[in-house]
Design a binder for this molecule. Structure first.
Ligand SMILES: *Cc1c(COP(=O)(O)O)cnc(C)c1O
Length: 399
């Protein structure tokens, strides 16, 4: 097993945490074990339900030695007891929602967030008689007011997609605990370098590892970290039975990416601040949203809750469709593409009508509130690790 890393620094944890070196050939880097099955030398149950913690490796859908190392590294960075890796962020998300909610339960979720999650909450959960209330979670009072006897889970995303709203995890954790509900935080935009939700009282932390944690745009993955008591049932049902397991190759790639997470996040944040200030001073830019800017509505909370403002920002310009088509043809380094958190800069226009109707189900006053911030669309910019002058030159070309 790996050494105790609790008293080590975050960079040391990111590099060495969880890595469990092969004693047979003394390799320094973790081994990649692609085997789907394992030769067993004693009787082991054929049901994933019966596997105990010290069961040998049997089948990679249940557990795999490479994926185990990634899970351990993630648990160490998130200060969690345990972690489960999934094939994607959405596999982790649906695993938590369907694994911990049952017919008759009530879920409170942020009003705007990652569209896949928003759509599962609004379109899939009601089919299983799970009621969902969406509220603006930047004000904890909205969460308290939405509580019902049946409320079993509160789901936050902070900073959120695409408005970069910040939710006060510690305050909402108290509300959840008093009510006996689980608090789940999708911390993909923050990463454990910026925020450790479990330390602030959250029960589970979800990540899309496809983003900053893998960091290089070449491997999809997701994870859930938290107390073993909450993860054990997910390991059997959501992972082994729903079957959204990560390929060991992806675990190996993501682990390799994670070694540099602390230094990448420092550079992402520095670049994003430079770009945010450039955009704020640009005459054609109407709004810039970045948690590190004083103009951000929850800037003070971001300062308190985040050790880094991360590399995500959103901005608004007039004639955004023309600007988007110039971006597609004239950018030299920024990729006009979805996703985020990679070393390459990624830009995408998120149109208000599309998101509000298809994903968030916003209407009337709620839609007008969203439009007041986002206009008819926001460019979501995942500021990469290129030289900031080159990033700004690309923007100057198209704005
Ligand atoms: C991308 C993303 C997801 C989904 O992750 P995938 O790896 O694409 O399945 C969930 N939440 C947030 C905040 C994301 O950015």
């Amino acid at each position: 097993m790996s050494a105790d890393f609790s008293n080590k620094g975050i960079k040391t944890k990111a590099i060495h945490g969880g890595e469990n070196h092969d004693t047979a050939n003394q390799s320094s880097a973790p081994d990649l074990v692609m085997s789907s099955t394992f030769r067993v030398d004693r009787e082991v149950s054929f049901s994933a339900n019966k596997l105990d913690a010290d069961a040998p490796y049997v089948y990679t859908r249940w557990a795999n030695p490479t994926t185990d190392q990634l899970e351990e590294k993630l648990a160490i960075l998130e200060q969690g007891e345990a972690c489960i890796a999934f094939a994607s962020g959405m596999a982790a998300t649906t695993g938590v929602l369907l694994g911990h909610l049952s017919k008759g339960d009530h879920l409170i979720i942020c009003d705007t967030n990652y569209p896949g999650t928003a759509e599962v909450a609004r379109q899939t959960l009601p089919r299983f008689d799970i009621d969902v209330t969406a509220v603006h979670t930047s004000d904890p009072a909205n969460v308290s007011n939405a509580l019902r006897n049946e409320t079993r889970m509160i789901w936050l995303e902070t900073p959120s997609n695409p408005l970069l709203n910040i939710a006060d995890i510690a305050a909402i954790a108290k509300i959840a605990r008093n009510h006996g509900a689980l608090l789940v935080v999708d911390s993909t935009f923050a990463t454990p370098i910026a925020t450790r939700p479990l330390e602030l009282g959250a029960d589970l932390v979800v990540h899309s590892l496809t983003k900053y944690i893998g960091g290089h745009g070449d491997a999809m993955g997701g994870s859930v970290c938290g107390a073993r008591e909450l993860l054990d049932p997910l390991r059997t049902e959501a992972l082994s039975h729903f079957g959204g397991v990560m390929s060991p190759f992806n675990a190996w790639l993501i682990m390799r990416g994670m070694a540099t997470l602390p230094i990448r996040m420092r550079e992402h944040a520095t670049n994003a601040m430079t770009v945010a200030q450039y955009l704020e001073n640009h005459p054609r830019v109407e709004t810039v949203i970045y948690p590190g800017l004083k103009s951000h509505p929850q800037h003070e909370l971001a300062v308190k809750q985040m050790d880094s403002f991360s590399g995500m920002l959103s901005f608004r310009v007039a004639n955004n469709k023309d600007v988007a088509s110039r971006m597609m043809s004239e950018f030299e380094i920024i990729h006009y593409a979805v996703s985020l958190g990679h070393h390459r800069s990624l830009m995408y226009l998120l149109q208000t009508d599309d998101l509000a109707e298809t994903s968030f189900g916003l209407e009337g006053a709620e839609l007008e509130k969203y439009r007041a911030v986002a206009g008819d669309g926001l460019f979501r910019f995942s500021v990469g690790l290129e030289d900031p002058d080159d990033i700004c030159a690309d923007l100057e070309r198209v704005l």
